[in-house]
Design a protein around this ligand. Structure first.
Ligand code: CMP
Length: 139
């Protein structure tokens, strides 16, 4: 029989600790907003300088963030691409897939609605974004 590859977004959401504090119903709701995107090693996911319309949660795999002076590896459970959504600035780094990766994409408009309903999660995202680009000072 043919191999059936079923990617259940709710199962993927469960792999991202960020969503742990949401109850089952809310996890289901966010799962409906997230689009599953598959990447192969070396695929470009984000290009510096472009306008960003979505952020990503890593359900499985790893990515490399290429900064001016160094590279940062993010893995399963991490998120990225949030800074363009928060600051309305162009993408501040290139990001490419390190291995085969399953990402969950959240569009700008859905992100805005989501953080309005979940201010504590908005604060979490903002805190990590500030650590990434501003030495921890609020952005
Ligand atoms: P954004 O600017 O939208 O697109 C590039 C992304 O790379 C950025 O959002 C962050 O998610 C991520 N990024 C930028 N700087 C760092 C850093 N110092 N550490 C980890 N991730 C980063």
């Amino acid at each position: 029989p043919p191999l059936k590859l079923k990617l259940n977004t709710a199962d993927l959401v469960a792999r991202v600790p960020f969503f742990d504090e949401l109850d089952k119903g809310r996890q289901k709701r966010i799962a409906r907003l997230l689009k599953t995107r598959l990447f192969a090693p070396g695929d470009r996911i984000i290009t510096r300088g472009e306008i960003g319309d979505e952020m990503f949660f890593i359900a499985d795999g790893a990515v490399r963030v290429m900064l001016d002076d160094r590279e940062v590896t993010l893995g399963t459970g991490d998120f990225f691409g949030e800074i363009a959504l928060i600051t309305d600035q162009p993408r501040n780094a290139d990001v490419e897939a390190l291995g085969f990766s399953t990402l969950l994409a959240l569009k700008r408009r859905d992100f805005a609605r989501f953080v309005k309903r979940h201010p504590d999660l908005r604060d979490k995202i903002r805190k990590i974004a500030a650590e990434r680009v501003n030495g921890g000072v609020a952005i």
